[in-house]
Design a protein around this ligand. Structure first.
Ligand code: UD1
Ligand code: CA
Length: 451
């Protein structure tokens, strides 16, 4: 990492019409985070590293997302979409502050890594005026082509302006570029729009740099790292690359993935040691899984925290705000939301636990429902430690169940239950001796039943 100061400008004013969506393109998610968030997370950060995002008009949500990831982000609006150089100059005020390196990246290229940003800045520290990120494209159609002489970049030719010969070049422009900060405005201000699209191309910076006799270099990377997203199909491709990376990183960190290709992770999933994830598990954003926890098949988890040696699923759903303490367990068809199960608490089957605290070592029987919503607002259910909630109980919130309390099966609990008390809410069972036989007789008139 160079000690030079830098300004990263992320271009995110794209309309993304091929996405066929009302959501701005850069807000579409990959691995649970908007495209833009991935780029911003990789951009140089720390002391002396500033960031600007260029957004389209009416894209306040994009500005909000930028500040969520980087509270220091400056945002600039590009009112008319006149090309990538025009977009960079929307942030003129930020460039004029004079960071030593200016880095330009695209908001729709989510797979870029922090190391690549550093590799790109390195030549500037050695005196180059410009470094551009290139890759060997399997199919170069649509990309700007790099015209090189030795290790020097001579020009970048956009597809529309390239000759048949130039179109055969497979070394393509990824779109990420670093320009010496002190020379940047002088270079950018010379870019014109005399090309087939009538746009101000950032790529023309290369020709301008070379005309001054300054150095422009190519830094190469893999195609996977610079995949851009212009369509839903490309969004899915980027997701695929990102998931492959996340699974590999998880396994390198010691997570056991039995069938990695069937497990979906989020960019921010955190793991302890000796975690096992069975096939077909979906983990959304905001999930942490502590040492020794096991996530069984077909579970779906978002914004939740899973404690040491806890067990989830199969077929469990943890909605936002769910916390499992050490050794806690939720089994098949259990749904949790804004709920804490303290250490050793269990809900082994068929339950809904929402807006609730279940004390340590309490047991929640099958079919237990916390009735947290009265049609108007949400209420809490507080269950103490070592309590036993019998099967098929409805706990009508707000309600408190004391430590060591016992709820008989099938109860509808509407009043607080003190510590160590037993609560039963049932009608008396009636027995009519011979009643079943008489009933059959009445229905069949003495004949054998049909089935
Ligand atoms: C651009 C490059 C091309 C490169 C390709 C890599 C130029 C002129 N061309 O082409 O060499 O191979 O990316 O994917 O730079 N944007 C704005 N405002 C504008 C125009 C674009 O903010 O006025 C943003 C877009 O939101 C997008 C990025 O800049 O994030 C790239 O623009 P796009 O139109 O997709 O450029 P390409 O034609 O793909
Ligand atoms: Ca593009």
């Amino acid at each position: 990492m160079t000690a030079r100061s830098s300004l990263t400008i992320v271009l995110a004013a794209g309309e993304g019409t091929r996405m066929r969506s009302s959501l701005p393109k850069v807000l579409h998610p990959v691995a649970g985070q908007p495209l833009l968030a991935h780029v911003l997370a990789a951009a140089p950060k720390g002391t002396g590293m500033s960031l600007a995002v260029v957004i389209g008009p009416d894209h306040a949500a994009v500005a909000d997302e930028a500040r969520r990831i980087r509270p220091d982000a400056l945002t600039f609006v590009q009112r008319e979409r006149l090309g990538t150089a025009h977009a960079v100059l929307a942030a003129r005020e930020a460039i004029a502050r004079g960071a030593e390196d200016l880095v330009v990246a695209f908001g729709d290229t989510p797979l870029i890594s922090a190391e690549t940003f550093e590799r790109l800045r390195a030549p500037l520290a050695r005196g180059a005026a410009l470094a551009a990120l290139g890759f060997r494209a399997a199919d170069p159609t649509g990309y700007g082509r790099f015209i090189v002489e030795g290790d020097q970049l001579v020009a970048i030719r956009e597809q529309a302006d390239a000759s048949a010969e130039e179109r055969k070049i497979t070394l393509c422009n990824a779109g990420v570029m670093a320009i010496d900060g002190r020379r940047a405005l002088a270079i950018l201000d010379q870019i014109g729009n005399a090309n087939s699209k009538g746009e101000y191309y950032l790529t023309d910076a290369v020709g301008i740099v070379r005309a001054q006799g300054w150095e422009a270099v190519v830094i190469e990377t893999s195609e996977d790292e610079v995949r851009g997203v212009n369509s839903k199909a490309q969004l899915a491709e980027a997701e695929g690359v990102m998931q492959a990376r996340l699974r590999k990183a998880a396994m390198e960190a010691g997570v056991t993935l039995i069938a990695p290709a069937t497990v979906y992770l989020a960019a921010d999933t955190s793991f302890g040691k000796d975690v096992t994830i069975e096939p077909f598990v979906v983990i959304g954003p905001g999930v942490s899984i502590a040492d020794g926890a096991v996530i069984h098949s077909f579970s779906h988890i978002v914004h939740s925290s899973i404690g040491k040696n806890a067990s989830v699923g199969p077929f469990a759903r943890m909605r936002p705000g769910s916390t499992l303490g050490e050794g806690a367990k939720i089994g098949n068809f259990v749904e949790t939301k804004a709920a804490t199960l303290e250490a050793g608490a269990k809900a082994n089957h068929l339950a809904y636990i929402g807006d609730a605290i279940v004390g340590a070592k309490s047991n929640i029987g099958a079919g237990t429902i916390t009735c947290n919503y009265d049609g108007f607002s949400k209420h809490k259910t507080l269950i103490g430690k070592g309590a036993f909630v019998g099967t098929n109980s409805s706990l009508v919130a707000p309600v408190k169940i004391g430590n060591g309390a016992y709820i008989g099966s099938g109860s509808v609990i509407t009043r607080d239950v003190p510590d160590d008390a037993m609560a039963l809410e049932r009608t008396q069972q009636t027995i009519r001796e011979g009643g079943a036989a008489r009933y059959r007789e009445m229905k069949t008139g003495g004949k054998k039943s049909e089935s």
